[in-house]
Design a binder for this molecule. Structure first.
Ligand SMILES: [Fe+2]
Length: 208
């Protein structure tokens, strides 16, 4: 957890029943911190964020919790590959709308089509709040998944150059001006997490 850094968004309490239930639902997901921090960043960027935007932020990647989803080819470094990003986004949108549909009366606290739309657009942004959800995802990625990006390099999943490209892409795709400054700070911080060339050489020696 990195939220203690001075430029991190404050944690936003769960104040609706549907958000409390969504938090329970995503709890077993290995990247749950990334989802919950996306919600915190969303509210930080846009204090008037709707409950649909908040639910979308805290569930946007959840299809990865279920086997059988699209596979990201890390080694290529094609981080904006639409043949990954679109199936990923749409599969999450469908999973969340099915989960909301099964909730019963509580689901009336949100517009299910609106949550679905925002999740479907979370990688690319869009109108009416979708850009802010995407910016929040980007900031949360830098804050919570820089360590994972570092692990990709150490494990040989992708090159250091490709990992740096992922971090840069995460910032460059942001369309909300207010998110650019914190994203620039987080980019420097996240880049520093990537292994230096001497560290990579030492890892190479160890596995040889
Ligand atoms: Fe995400």
């Amino acid at each position: 957890m990195t939220a203690g850094l001075p430029w991190a968004a404050p944690v936003v309490p769960l104040d609706t029943e549907v958000e409390a239930l969504a938090a329970e639902w995503v709890e077993p997901y290995s990247q749950v911190e990334h989802l919950m921090r996306a919600r915190d960043w969303l509210v930080h960027l846009h204090p008037g964020a709707t409950v649909e935007m908040r639910v979308a932020a805290m569930t946007h990647d959840i299809e990865r919790m279920f086997p059988g989803g699209p596979v990201l080819r890390h080694a290529d470094g094609n981080w904006d590959d639409p043949f990954y990003l679109f199936p990923h986004s749409l599969r999450s949108a469908v999973a969340v709308s099915m989960w909301l549909g099964a909730l019963g009366p509580v689901s009336a606290q949100v517009s299910v089509p609106e949550v679905r739309r925002l999740i479907a657009l979370h990688e690319v942004g869009g109108r009416q709040g979708a850009d802010v959800v995407q910016a929040a995802d980007s900031l949360s990625y830098l804050e919570t998944l820089a360590g994972l990006t570092r692990e990709w390099v150490l494990s040989g999943t992708c090159s250091r150059e490709a990992a740096a490209g992922k971090l840069t892409y995460t910032v460059e795709r942001i369309r909300v001006p207010a998110a650019r400054e914190p994203a620039g700070q987080w980019l420097v911080w996240a880049m520093d997490q990537l292994p230096a060339s001497d560290e990579l050489a030492a890892v190479g020696e160890a596995v040889r």
